[in-house]
Design a binder for this molecule. Structure first.
Ligand code: ADP
Length: 683
C-alpha cells in the first residue's frame, strides 16, 4: 500500500485548487461569524483543508496555503504583521503534519485503527502550532503597537483540532477516490441512516426540542452513529460526522434553542468539544470494525490460497506415484534387452565374435539409456535441494550445437525424420556451462523426435536478439494439449497420449527449465495440432573480469592426456574391478587390482602408483578410512572415490576424507579417462 507522496502530479493545478478552496472556506467562515458577531476565527475550517491538501498532493502545495492565508488576512483587514505571522503558522502546521504522518506510515484509506490514531494525534497536538504562532504574534503586536487585540488560544486550538479531525479524513477519503460500488439496498440503508442523523442533529442542536418524553435525543443520535459504524465504512462515517458537525455549529450560530449561561461563545465551544469527542469515538469504532472485516477477508483469501496449494501438492503427489510406476516400467525395458543379450552371450560364448560384439553393443546402449535416466533423476533431486551448480566458461555456440546434434542424430535418423539446423553466420561465444547447455538441447531435440511421428520434420534454429540468444526447437509432432501447456515443465508430469506415442519419465523438461533458469534464461512453449515449438532464451553474458575464481576449484591443474599411468583399481566386486582394469589397460595404463582396504595399505608400502580408483564400500575398512590413512602418510597418489550416490554430501565427505576426485557409479571409461587426464604423472 502506498504511503504519502512528496510530489503532486500537476503541481500548478493542485496549487490553484488548494488556494481557491482554502480562501473560499476561510472567507465563508469569517462571513458567518461576522454576521453573528462572535469573536473572530472561532472556527478554523481551513486547518483541516491544509492538512488534507498536503496528504493528497504532497508538501509542494505550501505556496498555495501561504498565499491563500495572506489573501484571507488582507481581505479581513488584519494588520500586515499579523497576516504574515498567520501565514507562517498556517503553512508550518500542515507541513509538520505531513512529515509526521509520512514517517508514521499513514495510509489514505484510513481503514486501520493505527491510521485513525495518527489522525487523532495530529488533530490533538499538531494543531497547536497555528494558535501558538498567532497568539505569540498578537502578543508581540500589542507590545510593539500598543494594541489590545485579544488572543483565544484554547478556542482557536479546539476549532483547528475539530477541523483536522472532521475535514481531513473526509477530504482524503472522498477526493480522488473512485466511488465505492454498493448494492441498491445498501445505498438505501446509507441514505436512511444519513437522513436520521440529519433530523436528530437538527433537533438536538438547532431547536429547543432536545428530548422526547424526557428521553434525550443524544441517545438515538448515538444509536444512528453506531448503526453507521457497524453497517458501513470509514468513508460514510467521515461524511456523517461532517454532516453532524456542520449542523451542530450551524445550529449554535443560527438555531432557535434555549439559551444557556455564557452566551454564544460558550455554546460554540461546548458544541465543538461535544463534536470532537463523538468524532474521536466513532472514528475509532468504524476503523476497528473495518479492520476486523479486512482481517476476515484476508483470512478467506489465505484459506483459498492454502486450498490451491493443497490441490497442487495432491497433484504433485499423484504425479510422483505415477512416476514411480513409469520409472519401474521404463527401467524394465532396457533391463529385459540387457538380460536377453547376456543370456544369448552365455549360450553362444565366444563362438561368433561378430554376434558377441553386436550383443555387447546393444547392452551398452541399454545401459547408456538407464544411466541417462538415473543422471537426470539425480540432477532433478540436486536442483530440488539447491545443490546443483553450473560451471560457466566461455564456449562456442556452434561447438555445443555440434555435440548435441551428434548425440541425437542417430535417434532422429532411426525415425526417418527430416532434421534441419540454422545458426547465426557468426559464431556466438556464450558464457555458460557447456555440459548443461548441451543437455538442454539434447532434451528438447529428443522430445521433438519422440513426440513426432516417423518421417516428420524437426528443426533447430539459433537467432541472436541483441544480448540474447534464442534457440528454437520445433517439430511437426502431436503437440501438447492446451490444459497441459503450463504443467509440462513440472517434475514428473507427462501427457497421457492415446496414440501410444513414446513417452519418458517426465523429468526432462523440468530439468531443462531448471538448467535454463540457472543460466538466467527462460524457456517457453507454443503448441498446436501442427506441432510444438520450444524457445530457450539465454543471455549472452561476458565472462567476469580477471581475478574471478576458477570454476573447478577442487581439481588439480589440467594437462594433456597421460601417456599411461600406474592405476590401482580397488573394488570388492572382483568382476567390476577386473573389467575396469581391462578397459584401462586397453587404454595404455598399467593397472593393479585389489579388493579390500588393508591390502591397499600394504600395497602402498612397496609401490608408488599415480592414482587409486577406490570403491568406498569395502568389506574391511571403508574407503573413506582408507583414504584418510593414505593421506596421513603423506606423498599420496591421486585418490578417486567411486560411490553409488552422487549427492553433494557424498562428494563433500569424499573430499573431506582426502579424495581428489569423485565419480558416481556406474562409471564409464570416458568418465574415468576424463579424470585421469587431469592427473599428472610423477616427474
Ligand atoms: P518425458 O520424459 O515424458 O518426455 P519431459 O519432461 O521431457 O518428459 O516431457 C513432459 C511431457 O511433455 C511429455 O510426457 C510429453 O507428453 C510432453 N512433450 C514434451 N515435448 C514435447 C513435444 N515436442 N511435442 C509434444 N509433447 C511434448
Amino acid at each position: 500500500m502506498k504511503t504519502l507522496q512528496y510530489q503532486p502530479k500537476h503541481a500548478f493545478a493542485s496549487n490553484v485548487i488548494v488556494f481557491g478552496f482554502f480562501l473560499f472556506v476561510a472567507q465563508v467562515g469569517t462571513y458567518f461569524y461576522r454576521e453573528v458577531g462572535t469573536s473572530p476565527a472561532m472556527i478554523m475550517a481551513p486547518a483541516g483543508i491544509a492538512i488534507a491538501a498536503v496528504i493528497l498532493e504532497g508538501p509542494g502545495v505550501w505556496p498555495a496555503i501561504a498565499l491563500a492565508s495572506i489573501a484571507n488576512g488582507l481581505l479581513n483587514g488584519t494588520p500586515l504583521f499579523l497576516v504574515f505571522a498567520a501565514a507562517a503558522g498556517n503553512t508550518l502546521q500542515p507541513l509538520a503534519a505531513f512529515f509526521f504522518l509520512r514517517k508514521a506510515g499513514l495510509r489514505r484509506k484510513l481503514a486501520t485503527v493505527k491510521d485513525m490514531f495518527l489522525i487523532l494525534g495530529t488533530s490533538l497536538f499538531l494543531t497547536a502550532i497555528v494558535p501558538t504562532v498567532n497568539a505569540g504574534a498578537i502578543k508581540i503586536y500589542n507590545h510593539l503597537f500598543q494594541g489590545a487585540r485579544p488572543a483565544y488560544w484554547t478556542s482557536w486550538w479546539l476549532s483547528g483540532a475539530l477541523s483536522a479531525l472532521i475535514l481531513t479524513p473526509f477530504l482524503i477519503r472522498w477526493v480522488r477516490y473512485p466511488l465505492t460500488r454498493r448494492t441498491p439496498a445498501k445505498t438505501f440503508e446509507i441514505i436512511l441512516a444519513l437522513l436520521a442523523l440529519t433530523v436528530l442533529s437538527y433537533f438536538l442542536f438547532a431547536t429547543p426540542h432536545v428530548a422526547v418524553g424526557g428521553f434525550s435525543i443524544i441517545y438515538p443520535l448515538m444509536a444512528v452513529l453506531l448503526w453507521i459504524a457497524f453497517r458501513t465504512d470509514s468513508r460514510v462515517m467521515t461524511l456523517s460526522l461532517l454532516l453532524m458537525t456542520a449542523i451542530s455549529l450551524g445550529g449554535a450560530l443560527y438555531g432557535n434553542y434555549v439559551p444557556a449561561p455564557g452566551g454564544l461563545n460558550v455554546r460554540i465551544f461546548n458544541t465543538q468539544v461535544f463534536d470532537f469527542i463523538l468524532a474521536a469515538i466513532f472514528f475509532m469504532l468504524v476503523s476497528v470494525e473495518e479492520q476486523r472485516k479486512q482481517a476476515i477477508e484476508d483470512m478467506q483469501d489465505r484459506t483459498k490460497k492454502l486450498e490451491a496449494a493443497l490441490e497442487r501438492i495432491r497433484q504433485n503427489d499423484e504425479a510422483k506415484s505415477e512416476f514411480i510406476a513409469t520409472l519401474a516400467h521404463e527401467m524394465r525395458n532396457p533391463l529385459a534387452t540387457f538380460m536377453s543379450s547376456v543370456e544369448l552371450m552365455l549360450l553362444g560364448q565366444g563362438q561368433d565374435p561378430a554376434e558377441t560384439k553386436r550383443l555387447a553393443g546393444m547392452m551398452q546402449s541399454r545401459i547408456q539409456t538407464m544411466k541417462r535416466m538415473l543422471d537426470d533423476l539425480l540432477d532433478v533431486s540436486r536442483v530440488a535441494r539447491r545443490e546443483m551448480e553450473i560451471k560457466k566458461e566461455p564456449v562456442s555456440l556452434l561447438q555445443i550445437v555440434r555435440q548435441a546434434v551428434t548425440l541425437v542424430e542417430s535417434f532422429i535418423q532411426s525415425r526417418q525424420q527430416a532434421f534441419s539446423i540454422s545458426m547465426p553466420l557468426e559464431d556466438i561465444t556464450l558464457f555458460a556451462d557447456p555440459v548443461r547447455i548441451e543437455q538442454i538441447l539434447v532434451n528438447l531435440l529428443t522430445n521433438a523426435s519422440k513426440y513426432t511421428p516417423e518421417k516428420g520434420r524437426i528443426s533447430l534454429a539459433g537467432i541472436r536478439e541483441e544480448d540474447w540468444l534464442c534457440l528454437k526447437v520445433s517439430d511437426t509432432g502431436i503437440g501438447i494439449p492446451p490444459d497441459m501447456i503450463d504443467r509440462i515443465f513440472e517434475p514428473f508430469v507427462r501427457v497421457k497420449h492415446d496414440s501410444g506415442m513414446a513417452s519418458g519419465i517426465g523429468i526432462g523438461l523440468a530439468l531443462t527449465k531448471d538448467l535454463v533458469e540457472m543460466h538466467g534464461g527462460t524457456v517457453t512453449v507454443r503448441s498446436d495440432a501442427g506441432g510444438s515449438e520450444f524457445t530457450v532464451r539465454l543471455p549472452i553474458e561476458m565472462p567476469p573480469a580477471i581475478g574471478a575464481e576458477p570454476a573447478q576449484k577442487i581439481l588439480p591443474q589440467q594437462r594433456l592426456p597421460a601417456e599411461g599411468l600406474d592405476v590401482v583399481v580397488v573394488d570388492d566386486n572382483k568382476e567390476a574391478a577386473r573389467s575396469m582394469g581391462k578397459l584401462l589397460s586397453l587404454r595404455g595404463h598399467r593397472t593393479a587390482l585389489l579388493h579390500d582396504g588393508h591390502s591397499v595399505l600394504d600395497y602402498l608400502a612397496s609401490a608408488r602408483p599415480d592414482v587409486i580408483l577406490l570403491d568406498v564400500g569395502l568389506p574391511d575398512l571403508d574407503g573413506y578410512e582408507v583414504a584418510r590413512r593414505i593421506k596421513a602418510r603423506g606423498n599420496s597418489p591421486a585418490l578417486v572415490a567411486l560411490t553409488g550416490y552422487g549427492q553433494a554430501e557424498d562428494i563433500l565427505t569424499a573430499h573431506q576424507a582426502g579424495f581428489d576426485h569423485h565419480l558416481t557409479k556406474p562409471v564409464g571409461l570416458a568418465e574415468v579417462e576424463e579424470v585421469l587426464k587431469q592427473i599428472r604423472p610423477p616427474a
